[in-house]
Design a protein around this ligand. Structure first.
Ligand SMILES: [Zn+2]
Ligand SMILES: [Zn+2]
Length: 330
């Protein structure tokens, strides 16, 4: 017989199977668990409230029930859910930055994640325009510049010689749950090591999804000369044509600014009231982003390869040190 206690059980199962998630998603799941339980037993009418108190009450109840379990399970759960229930990993930045600066940081991260052609960079010009575009009207360009420098100095962003900002290893590791929940369609996984990647190579075959870190390419290429997915012949070097760059090498101008489509759960984001005031109608491109689009972008890449490659080669030494480390996630 389904009882109200099943809400907790369902919720814990969902949390444990997902590992890490944002607090918004956790609250959506909570609502769905309540709905499922109410629907399977007419006599039950478990109340669901979007009030913060109700959610906090539920979290503390869950934690109490976990207390009764053995230590090992509790530790596992604390690892995987204790952290995420507190929310947004980006809140780590809160110890160092003001809410306005965090809003700015999120805007930069968004532009990096939504950069066209898997470039995963934002130019310094575009970065300085962001505060005004996300409603931080009192932040001057000079202030923005100082804050950007601080993001680089504290290891959250990298700045290339060409003046492009990208995500640092620190950001890729520490903000991974945030990136995964906010940019699930933009995150690329290396075909070999399965870690997130924002710089490396893409197979040139249309519709081939192979993406490799530079170091993963080097290891793989020593023993194989064809793509692991589509078996097309590959050149020797990661920078050789017709392989395509992922990361700064794919940058070819800022193009039209893109923003993420706002979903209902985003509205609960308390961190930043003025999230996207300039977000009137979402750019038409956005809705259609996906693998098909990506392939089209990839095709467009090939036309501009020439100019990119020179830039690419100059960047090679930096890229070697900027590679995301392998995480323990396997
Ligand atoms: Zn890899
Ligand atoms: Zn391929």
């Amino acid at each position: 017989m389904v009882s109200s206690g099943d809400v907790d059980r369902l919720f814990l199962q969902a949390i444990l199977s997902r590992g890490v998630m944002s607090s918004q998603l956790a609250q959506v799941i909570w609502g769905k668990c309540i709905k499922a339980v109410n629907e399977s037993n007419d006599a039950l009418n478990v109340r669901h409230s979007k009030e913060k108190d109700a959610w906090e009450g539920f979290v503390s109840k869950i934690n109490k029930s976990l207390d009764k379990l053995d230590l090992e399970f509790r530790a596992l759960h604390d690892e995987s859910s204790g952290k995420e229930i507190k929310g947004d990993e980006i809140a780590q930045l809160a110890t160092e930055y003001t809410p306005a600066e965090i809003t700015f940081f999120k805007a930069i991260v968004e532009q990096i994640m939504l950069a066209p052609r898997e470039a995963y960079v934002i130019s310094d010009m575009a970065a300085l325009r962001e505060p005004a575009l996300v409603g931080l009207t009192s932040m001057t360009k000079m202030q923005a510049e100082v804050i950007l420098t601080s993001f680089v100095q504290k290891g959250w962003l990298l700045r290339s010689k060409a003046g492009h900002y990208s995500l640092s290893t620190r950001s890729l590791l520490e903000l991974l749950p945030y990136l995964k929940s906010n940019y699930p369609d933009e995150i690329l996984e290396c075909t070999i090591c399965l870690d997130i990647m924002t710089r490396g190579i893409a197979c040139h075959t249309v519709n081939c999804k192979t993406r490799l870190h530079f170091h993963c390419f080097a290891n793989y290429r020593r023993r194989h000369d064809t793509c692991p997915s589509c078996s097309t012949a590959w050149p020797r070097g990661a920078k050789d044509k017709p392989l395509l760059p992922v990361g700064e090498g794919a940058y070819a101008g800022d193009g039209r600014r893109r923003t993420r489509t706002i979903t209902p759960s985003d509205e609960e984001d308390t961190e930043e009231e003025p999230e996207q005031p300039s977000q009137d109608p979402p750019p038409p491109k956005k809705a259609a982003r996906g693998n098909v689009k990506k392939e089209q972008r990839r095709e467009a890449d090939m036309e501009v390869d020439n100019e990119e490659d020179e830039e690419d080669i100059q960047q090679a030494p930096t890229q070697a040190t900027q590679r995301p480390r392998r995480s323990t996630r396997r």
